[in-house]
Design a protein around this ligand. Structure first.
Ligand code: ADP
Ligand code: MG
Length: 630
């Protein structure tokens, strides 16, 4: 009874975030204006998908009109462009909820990620589910008339806004579905022509599965007749032989709301104990939503069952470490009434998921072999996401590891270009493990004193400096039958290496260093777990090393920064007895001074390791004293 009072027009304010998005849309988006059409067509298509899905359970919803379609009219005199769909439509509350507020947490990120670069920002807009507001790029007033399928004709809703902060909402009689009327801004007349609209539809919306229709033109005027101007067939159902690259790319762009081409794709029809079609795309740039924490509201893989769109099922059909993939899965055998719960625990779904993983890894391997440049772009964008797979997907660990790329002492700069296979192929005779060092950053890794002896012998060391590396390495102890070995941990056995040197001479050197080792242990006391002669150093006087099973020191720091307890393992100090500073300590009779020098030796090693000094002022005083004496 109370709802009867709502028939009068009501003016409401947009939620603050909507107002912010609208302001952005109306004031700074001017390149790629035409995306508004793609976005509105995509909404109309979603609405048709929803009706088709709901009508499965409730056929009466189609109200005798089951031919779902999207019609576009334009009126040059009134300067309006109208998109009309006969899809699911919206009730009053839904209009307020869907068009007046932005439910997704993604919007906040969208606003935060704005670069001020209008071109980039336009590309972002569709990906963050603020697609409807793109209407205000070209319109200074938008009218939306809609009615929810199944509700009485009188319960239509009219929504008007000029995009400046408020909208009005009113009751109206309306057919089922939604019409969006754009009152175009001055200078946007190009969208009032059949030719232009046809062109844009071919470019962005050809593979929308519903007919998109334009009025037939006669003598430069619209007639009452409509003709379908898109392909209106789900692209993935068409034979591969019929499809051109540009068809695939066009479909990708409307699917992913992306402006760039996909890097590559794989399209497969599987027939057997169950039948399904997969069309998976690798984007060429990170889709923004996938690159944030990634685990919440993951999107990008649409599940269809016998051509009917069911839901976005990225989480069910792709493991998290492949969350950058976009695409479609169309199953012939799943029940149409499938729910998220069923998807979680279904044998057929598990098979499809395994196929998605396999096809994706095949695709990446092929790209690595066929197109180094594109593959490198993939590594730069998604390499760290892929690394998660080493931990998450034990069954495919070796295949994933093969796809990883790292910086190394043999490669230029910090670009990650070296594969484990490249590394193994370059290993000198006698080298057993794959050596790596991990540190906070590229510079720290490359400058690590622990790798000096290996460098001197031309042994390549992989440089690990991404946050995820240390965690990943916990799951990657071997590759291609070779152990992965942290150069800063445990003993480094150089004897097997070519040019390993004279073992006897080394043993003698260790013996000769016994007095200075004893002296250092005495002077450094509790600060270190042990002091020993290093096999790793050639130039530096000292370095810190860890036991085989200690957590890497920068990892300990990261954990502490993140508020976790990290085992505080005391470091082992390794020294280079050839170095002048070590010899000075050995020769110094004044124990106070020898103590100062020992501290310096230790502090230098800490600094090289990226650690904070316990007493930086003391360190500076010691260095200055030494400089002044020199
Ligand atoms: P998204 O499509 O990513 O959800 P949009 O801003 O494009 O974001 O649309 C917001 C919401 O408005 C949609 O989710 C949908 O609920 C509703 N909507 C927009 N257009 C239509 C339409 N033509 N028919 C029915 N609902 C629509
Ligand atoms: Mg949309």
């Amino acid at each position: 009874m109370e709802t009867m009072t709502e028939t009068t027009a009501q003016t409401r304010k947009f939620e603050a975030e909507v107002a912010q998005v609208l302001h952005l849309v109306t004031h700074s988006l001017y390149s790629h204006k035409e995306i508004f059409l793609r976005e509105l067509v995509s909404n109309a298509s979603d609405a048709c998908d929803k009706l088709r899905f709901e009508a499965l359970a409730n056929p009466a919803l189609t109200e005798g009109d089951a031919e779902l379609r999207i019609d576009i009219h334009f009126d040059a005199e009134a300067r309006t462009l109208t998109l009309r769909d006969n899809g699911i439509g919206m009730g009053r509350d839904e209009v307020i909820e869907n068009i007046g507020t932005i439910a997704r947490s993604g919007t906040r990120r969208f606003l935060e990620s704005l670069s001020g670069d209008a071109r980039k920002d336009t590309q972002l807009i569709g990906q963050f589910g603020v697609g409807f507001y793109s209407a205000f790029i070209v319109a200074d007033k938008v009218t939306l008339i809609t009615r929810r399928a199944g509700s009485p004709a009188a319960e239509g809703v009219r929504w008007d806004s000029d995009g400046s902060g408020e909208y009005t909402i009113d009751a109206i009689e309306a057919p089922r579905g939604t019409s969006v009327v754009l009152h175009l801004k001055d200078g946007e007349d190009e969208f009032l022509g059949a030719w232009k609209l046809r062109d844009l539809i071919a470019k962005y919306s050809d593979h929308i599965a519903f007919p998109i229709r334009l009025p037939v033109q006669k003598d430069g005027k619209s007639t009452d007749e409509f003709e379908t101007v898109n392909h209106a067939a789900a692209l993935w159902t068409r034979p591969k032989s019929e499809l051109k690259d540009e068809d695939y790319q066009g479909f990708y762009k409307s699917l992913a709301h992306d402006f760039s081409d996909a890097a590559t794709w794989t399209h497969n029809r599987v027939e057997g104990s169950q039948s399904y079609t997969l069309l998976l795309y690798l984007p060429s740039k990170p889709p923004f939503d996938a690159m944030f924490s990634g685990r919440e509201e993951r999107k990008g893989l649409k599940l269809y069952i016998r051509r009917v769109f069911i839901m976005d099922a990225s989480e069910q059909l792709l493991p998290s470490y492949l969350r950058f993939m976009r695409g479609v899965v169309d199953s012939d055998d799943l029940p149409l009434n499938v729910s998220r719960e069923i998807l979680q625990d279904n044998r057929l779904v598990a098979q499809i998921r395994a196929a998605c993983v396999k096809r994706t890894l095949d695709l990446l391997e092929k790209l690595a072999n066929d197109d180094k440049e594109k593959f490198q772009a993939f590594v730069d964008s998604f390499g760290n996401v892929l690394k998660e797979g080493i931990a998450e997907d034990g069954a495919n660990r070796e295949r994933i590891a093969k796809l990883l790329r790292f910086a190394s002492t043999a490669s230029e700069g910090q670009a990650r270009t070296v594969s484990l296979d490249d590394y193994i192929a370059r290993m000198p005779i006698g080298q057993e493990p794959i050596y790596y060092i991990s540190a906070d950053g590229y510079g720290a890794a490359k400058g690590s004193p622990q790798i000096e002896a290996l460098r001197a012998r031309n042994v390549e060391v992989l440089l690990m400096f991404d946050r995820i590396d240390e965690w990943m390495l916990g799951y990657l102890s071997e590759y291609g039958g070779k152990k992965l070995r942290n150069v800063a941990k445990g003993d480094l056995d150089l004897d097997a290496l070519e040019g390993g040197g004279d073992k006897q001479a080394r043993e003698e050197a260790v013996k000769a260093a016994e007095p200075v080792i004893a002296k250092l242990k005495e002077l450094l006391g509790e600060r270190v777990r042990d002091v020993r002669v290093s096999q790793r150093l050639t130039d530096s006087p000292s370095c810190l090393v860890l036991d085989e099973y200690d957590m890497a020191s920068h990892m300990q720091r990261l954990m502490r920064e993140a508020g976790h307890d990290a085992p505080a393992s005391k470091p082992i100090l390794e020294i280079n007895p050839q170095h002048a500073l070590v010899q000075r300590i050995e020769a110094e009779a004044d124990l106070t001074r020898a103590g100062e020098f020992s501290l310096l030796l230790f502090e230098q090693a800490q600094l090289m390791d990226g650690a904070q000094l316990g007493d930086p002022a003391g360190f500076v005083r010691r260095v200055n004293a030494l400089l002044a004496a020199a």
